[in-house]
Each structure stands twice: as structure tokens, then as C-alpha cells.
Design a protein around this ligand. Structure first.
Ligand code: SF4
Ligand code: SF4
Length: 207
């Protein structure tokens, strides 16, 4: 198609619907009549019908499409990487962390800081443990590397706070002792694989 053909192509009548523009009303009564005519069209009642239908479905048939947040919360994926939790041993209630330091070493943001000491029985215990959540990128490596399944990503994703330090201390992340029975094993990053038992049995002993 050359330029002349392009200019002369008759696209208006073939593909476009020409709008029938009425002359602009000149008097107040005519203007009011035009507004009323344009407002009360069939589409308005279709829209109202859809709205009322969905309202009745939600109120009386249980087909609610929204959550009453914060009273209700959507379930999050088990692999969602939220604020960390420190788990306890179910039997004794003692925290699981053995102070091995692997999480501190693997952290690519260098935001885990921990210190350990020996208790009166010469057993290692964690004396300081913090995560700087201003630096954490929630990569999940710490949870994945932990040999004791002690540090995991829990389900706390509402991490707005006046103080950045609010979540970062060991005690803040640790399962409260009175909530031990509600503590759940984490099935996201670092969880035991479903066939872990088979893999252990296959490990050769003679080496
Ligand atoms: S999630 Fe990643 S960045 Fe955050 S503390 Fe763990 S290893 Fe470090
Ligand atoms: S890797 Fe696990 S057990 Fe080791 S120091 Fe970190 S949280 Fe504790």
C-alpha cells in the first residue's frame, strides 16, 4: 500500500461505528432531559442486578469472596518465608538450637549474630542470638542448613513495627513455653524430606 492508498483507504464505514451525536441542547429543560436519558439506561439496572445477586450470595449462601482481615487471614503457603521462628524440643521444652553456628556462617546477608558459652555442665548454650531483619533477605538458607530444625520460617508475615528490633531477639522468635503443644513442625525450607528415613538407611556404614 502506497501513501496515496493509505490516505484514501475507507476505514470509517467498514470498521467503525459512527456515533449518532445529537445536537447540544440549548435550554435547561432539554439538558435535564438529556441527562436523565443518558443515566437511566439498561446497563445501570444490569449492574445493580449483579451487585445485589453477589450480595445475596455472600450473605445467605456463604459465597464470600473476601476476608475480614485482620480478624480472618488467608492461609499462606508452607514454603512462604516469613519471620523466623525458633522451635523447642517437644519432650523437654528446651530450645533446639545447639549453637553450631551454621546459620550464622551461611547467611549471605551477614545478619545473624550469635554467641555461645558453656553452662555449668560444660554443655554449649546460646547466650546471644539476633537476626537483623533490616538486612535479612529471607532467602531461607539458615532454615535449610540448620541440622536441628531449630530455626525455621514461621507464619508471621505482619512484620510492621515501631522498632526494627522487635522481632530480632532469640526470645522473640522462640516458641513460648506455654504454647509448646501448639508448636508445629515446619514443612517449608529445611524440613525433613518425606523419604529421609530411606536415605538414612541407604547410607553406607563402612567408611
Ligand atoms: S533468611 Fe537468609 S538472609 Fe535471612 S537470616 Fe536466614 S540466611 Fe540470613
Ligand atoms: S544452624 Fe540451627 S542449631 Fe545451628 S546455630 Fe543456627 S539455629 Fe542453632
Amino acid at each position: 500500500m502506497n501513501l496515496e492508498q493509505l490516505s484514501n483507504r475507507n476505514i470509517g464505514q467498514q470498521t467503525y461505528k459512527m456515533v449518532d451525536l445529537k445536537p447540544t441542547p440549548s435550554t435547561g429543560v432539554k439538558k435535564f432531559t438529556q441527562v436523565v436519558e443518558r443515566t437511566f439506561k439498561g446497563e445501570l439496572f444490569v449492574g445493580l442486578y449483579v451487585t445485589f445477586r453477589e450480595m445475596i450470595n455472600a450473605l445467605f449462601k456463604g459465597e464470600m469472596h473476601t476476608f475480614k482481615y485482620p480478624l480472618e487471614k488467608m492461609p499462606i503457603s508452607p514454603r512462604y518465608r516469613a519471620i523466623h521462628d525458633m522451635l523447642r524440643l517437644l519432650e523437654s521444652g528446651h530450645y533446639r538450637c545447639i549453637g553450631c553456628g551454621l546459620c550464622e556462617k551461611i547467611c549471605i546477608s551477614n545478619c545473624i549474630k550469635m554467641e555461645t558459652r558453656y553452662d555449668e555442665n560444660q554443655r554449649k548454650e546460646v547466650s546471644e542470638y539476633t537476626i537483623n531483619f533490616g538486612r535479612c533477605i529471607f532467602c531461607g538458607y539458615c532454615a535449610e542448613v540448620c541440622p536441628e530444625l531449630a530455626i525455621v520460617h514461621g507464619g508471621r508475615y505482619e512484620n510492621a513495627s515501631e522498632q526494627r528490633a522487635s522481632f530480632s531477639l532469640f526470645e522473640d522468635m522462640l516458641t513460648p513455653i506455654d504454647a509448646l503443644k501448639q508448636q508445629k513442625e515446619f514443612d517449608g525450607f529445611g524440613a525433613i524430606s518425606p523419604n529421609a528415613d530411606e536415605n538414612i538407611k541407604k547410607t553406607p556404614l563402612a567408611y
